[in-house]
Design a protein around this ligand. Sequence first.
Ligand SMILES: *[C@@H]1O[C@H](CO)[C@@H](O)[C@H](O)[C@H]1NC(C)=O
Ligand SMILES: *[C@@H]1O[C@H](CO)[C@@H](O)[C@H](O)[C@H]1NC(C)=O
Ligand SMILES: *[C@@H]1O[C@H](CO)[C@@H](O)[C@H](O)[C@H]1NC(C)=O
Length: 388
Amino acid sequence: MALKSVIVLEGTNPHFGWNDSGSKPSGFPLNWINGPEKVCKSMSFGGFSGFSACRAIRNVEDGNTSKRGTHLERVIDETKSSFPKPLSVSDLSSTADDGSKVRISFKGYPGSYTEDAAFKAYPKCETVPCNEFEDAFKAVELWLTDKAVLPIENSSSGSIHRNYDLLLRHRLHIVGEVQLAVNFCLLALPGVRSEHLKRVISHPQALSLSDILLSKLGVSRENVDDTAGAAQYVVSNGLRDAGVVASARAAEIYGLNILADGIQDDSDNITRFLVLARDPIIPRTNTQFKTSIVFTLDEGPGVLFKALAVFALRDINLTKIESRPQRKRPLRVVDDSNTGSAKYFDYLFYIDFEASMAEPRAQNALGHLQEFATFLRILGCYPMDTTL
Ligand SMILES: *[C@@H]1O[C@H](CO)[C@@H](O)[C@H](O)[C@H]1NC(C)=O
Ligand SMILES: *[C@@H]1O[C@H](CO)[C@@H](O)[C@H](O)[C@H]1NC(C)=O
Ligand SMILES: *[C@@H]1O[C@H](CO)[C@@H](O)[C@H](O)[C@H]1NC(C)=O
């Protein structure tokens, strides 16, 4: 869980905007990005010094080894949150919330689909690429960025469970959602035609969603962690036999040609992202709001039915329900008179419902749920994204 590094851009290399000084030069970039080494690139983003940012993260990490492996239960028991405050006024001055100076951390390389989601929510934001989802969260907690964007589910493979776990482990608030139709392109170095390709590199999901075209090309497939990372890899190694499945924006950033646009096989290509911040937004009723909660229940007959009824009774639509085993205490042992003792999974339930916390019906529903839920936390109340 240790924070490894924040990847940062400098924009000195005309080709793809990377300053590679100080990084491990060769080898697969995604190994590099996930490698054990702590890599900090220098960074200059609107007066925001990435170098000290990296140092700040390291110090916190080094001084905090005992907090590694924070357990769910401990988090659940925590009643209040406190984030480290900025060290100086100058740190704060670049944190205006007018939409143009918003800094958003995300997991992935520049040009990834998550970065697209950040730009959809905040067209003028500055994005800060991170190695891991965890790093994107920590960047917000340490005031290095204002918000984080993370994918939470997509129509091709459902919920991204790891990210649900992160929502609970950290104390950030959901302040928005973004729905994005993912459009895949086949990219290659300038001058390379599709008949030259022997292999195509991308995220496994992107490869499998583009199966028809890739089968037609008869290329081999290589899995990597990030679509834009694959583009960066092909460019930095000058691979003329390799194509990439990534976004049109990645083509632009890394200087690749688009050989084919919209190569996904079917229409199940919508990804939903959450925008997270240190502070919740004030719920209103002037636009459609959604509220996300997580709770646990005691055993008992029909208790989940009872939990769902608090919403149904008040005509509140649920848009999503998700259950996750509790990591720390996954099994509950109960005495069963027939078979001796039995073990059950203990679950956390995540629910999204269509109502604003400013509405009495939502407040009443949660008040009602609180009467029998053993734990309840509001993850956020935010305007629904109804656009695609
Ligand atoms: C869909 O979700 C899976 C994880 O559940 C993720 O690996 C994949 O990248 C997502 N696909 C898209 C197109 O975002
Ligand atoms: C998903 O992909 C299909 C096939 O390429 C495309 O026709 C459709 O418009 C896409 N869906 C959305 C919502 O963009
Ligand atoms: C619940 O969802 C249905 C279908 O989308 C919609 O017609 C209805 O207005 C919603 N009800 C409320 C109370 O929001």
